[in-house]
Design a protein. Sequence first.
Length: 251
Amino acid sequence: MDSTLIVSLTGSIELHEWAARLYADGRDDDAFSLIVRQGVMQGLTEFHGSKESPRVSWSHHDAGDSWTGSSDAPELIWLQVDTAESAPGRLPLQPIGAVLDRVLRKVGTPRIDEGDFLIPLGRFPRDPMEFAYDRDWFEFSDPDRSEVTGIELYASAGESADVADVAATAQPWLGDAAILAVSDRPAPGPVEFRGSPYVPLEFLGQVDCTVREWSIEALAWLTEVLGWAMSSAGCGNHGLVRLRRQPTTRV
């Protein structure tokens, strides 16, 4: 599991009328096949002998969804990949986020309520200067649509980090795109998500975040910055970043 990355998105989707009709007629275009097609189209992954690309970012392992009945996934959509061949020092979180967003919007109008990102922290450090370009992109979003996000941070069993230090390390690279505040909410119960049977995790703490853009790509970027900060704090195996949309919207 050293280089395994898992993204699990919970929420709902209203299928496009044409997609619902095709599925009712027996089409079996599930998340697995759609993610593979989009990843290969973008030159981000190889599958079944597709032409080698210098931009390959991950090796596809598995995926599932909740709208086709092709799996028993409780999530809206999930994806597991191997990042061993990714560019050194970079995790393909944003390309994965873009692919998942395209797949969901291909079949319907999604609403994402929670994102779980299990990331191999040993893939860091990434040069944090590169986060500035991402920050500028996500800061250029409607500030009146900022949303409050609850974030839980976990590290592999036996590792620890001070959440206040993690937040302080991450904040300069997040700018106004995401404002972090350490939370004193009590620890949640045992973590349960698709990767937890394979990677024992320990709770580090919680932060609240006012994020200017709530999108899959924005959550992937926020996860990448937090993962870099966790790695800088000494966590070197796997980390889990869980982001939950809160009922309150900042206006």
